[in-house]
Ligand binder design. Structure first.
Ligand SMILES: [Zn+2]
Length: 481
């Protein structure tokens, strides 16, 4: 049994405890063997994942189907919602015999999960529940339940393999810039995982200078970050004329879209590999770059991932197909999410990666449905195409940027400028955005002292106040493609 799961509810109390208390408790806890902390399942899953990365397509398919099939039986027996749905829709279990039949099951949305609540929780698992909640950028928390002693251990094993592909091994020192609550003004050190948590709510030019000094002394191998926070930090490193931190080999980016121009800039400033992974709090789909290529490898052992069109129709998994990620979790039986609509738009990558591993590939994640700007004539342009797919010289004079759209055909660019910002920057942005929008976008500028992060510490690049129902699937004037 994993004691980590018993301690999980007190995690936030530990985080905000005074430093000496944290140091003492943390060092004691860090000395415990991993099997005590996470149970034997962690080591078993790590061994499985070591092997499965060498499996053939057929082996992956067979293993995945064995999990899906067992999950479906479990849901139809133990989960009130799925029992009801099967009766209402006349779902015949005998007709669902492979991944190809999975589309017969209904889609599940975030709103449905919120309103169904305990109807989605398996009756035979209620004494093993671990409460978790996720909010994301929408700011509306979602109550989820995981399986105590299992889900978090599996999650860890997957994350460790993923990060190992990125060049970081568990036990090495890492800096975390992911919007966690940090009691101290600038950072706090957690000896349990050798994490230095940076207070990203307090990232000013002065604090950045002190944080950089601390990082040179701390010598981390990796930086785990929301891309938006890493971008702000890298821009400050640049503005201060500081060289990169030589010990940092990889920047591990997750939980937010990583745009091409952001990636280029981060790699240039940090002189490190910029590794990206895709995942979400609902634990249905996990995908990440490998050690050789920048494609998201979709982990078939973790979940079953499909792409659907705006009407929920399954799209073929062929290179270049764009659709919404729909996924079924294979690591949690407590609150099973089958065919969960993530609202994230992805584009399928090539059929096979140069690394030889047999995972489906995603070329890029375009982000949330709302991450599109609308032109005067109603076309939609992804933020990737409009801003981050191209190089702006003006980026070097910007500390933070945010687009706000309240009306089709108009966008306000809010900029926290550096001292070098000038009218040429404004002209460049206006021209390039207008070229991309083929004349359909009027741009205004607002220079501000600060752009506040969200309650979860993220920086929002586009505040889209228009409602865009499935706009991504219509005519997308995306200059990148
Ligand atoms: Zn690969």
């Amino acid at each position: 049994m994993a004691i980590e799961d018993f301690l999980h509810p007190w995690k936030n109390l530990y985080r905000i405890a005074p430093s000496p208390v944290k140091r003492t408790l943390g060092q004691f806890y860090a000395a415990l063997p991993m099997w005590v902390r996470y149970g034997k399942l962690l080591a078993q899953t790590r061994r499985l994942l070591d092997q499965s990365q060498g499996w053939s397509w057929e082996q992956h398919r067979e293993y995945q189907w064995s999990l899906m099939s067992a999950l479906l039986d479990h849901c139809l027996t133990n989960v009130p919602y799925y029992r009801k749905v099967a009766a209402d829709l006349g779902i015949d279990r005998r007709q669902i015999n492979s991944q190809d039949d999975w589309h017969r099951l209904p889609l599940l949305t975030k709103d449905m999960v919120r309103s169904l609540g305990m109807e989605l929780v398996a009756e035979n698992m209620r004494n093993k529940m671990l409460s978790s909640n996720t909010g994301g950028s929408t700011g509306q928390p979602l109550q989820l339940y995981w399986e105590r002693g299992r889900t978090r251990s599996l999650e860890r094993a997957f994350m460790w393999r993923q990060w190992a592909w990125g060049g970081f091994r568990y036990g090495q020192r890492t800096v975390v810039m992911r919007g966690q609550t940090v009691n101290e003004p600038l950072w706090h050190y957690d000896p349990i995982d050798k994490h230095l948590f940076v207070n990203s709510y307090n990232l000013t030019l002065d604090s950045a200078a002190r944080i950089i000094r601390k990082l040179r002394q701390f010598r981390p191998v990796s930086i785990q970050a929301y891309p938006s926070i890493a971008t702000t930090f890298a821009m400050m490193l640049n503005e201060l004329g500081e060289p990169p931190i030589p010990s940092v080999k990889v920047l591990l980016c997750g939980s937010e879209n990583l745009y091409p121009e952001q990636k280029r800039m981060l790699a240039e400033v940090l002189k490190a590999r910029v590794y990206s992974w895709y995942g979400h709090g609902e634990s249905c789909c996990l995908a990440g770059y490998c050690d050789q290529a920048d494609y998201y490898h979709v982990y078939s052992e973790y979940g079953y991932t499909e792409l659907v069109g705006p009407q929920g129709n399954v799209l073929p998994w062929t290179p270049g197909t764009r659709g919404e990620i729909v996924a079924t979790s294979l690591i949690d039986d407590t609150m099973p999410l089958i065919r969960y609509r993530t609202g994230d738009i992805a584009v399928v990558g090539p059929e096979k990666c140069v690394c030889g591993r047999n995972y489906r590939l995603i070329e890029r994640i375009e982000g949330r449905k709302q991450e599109y700007v609308v032109t005067a004539d109603g076309r939609t342009i992804s933020l990737t195409g409009l801003v981050f797919g191209q190089h702006w010289h003006a980026f070097s004079h910007i500390r933070k940027v945010q687009l706000v759209q309240e009306q089709a055909g108009r966008v306000c660019v809010r900029v926290v400028p550096t001292a070098e910002w000038n009218e040429h920057d404004e002209a460049e942005i206006r021209t390039k955005m207008n070229q991309c929008a083929r004349g359909g976008l009027e741009t205004t500028f607002e220079l501000v002292d600060e752009i506040a992060p969200t309650s979860r510490g993220k920086h929002i690049f586009l505040v889209q106040k228009l409602t865009l129902p499935s706009a991504w699937a219509g005519e997308v004037a995306d200059s990148q493609s």
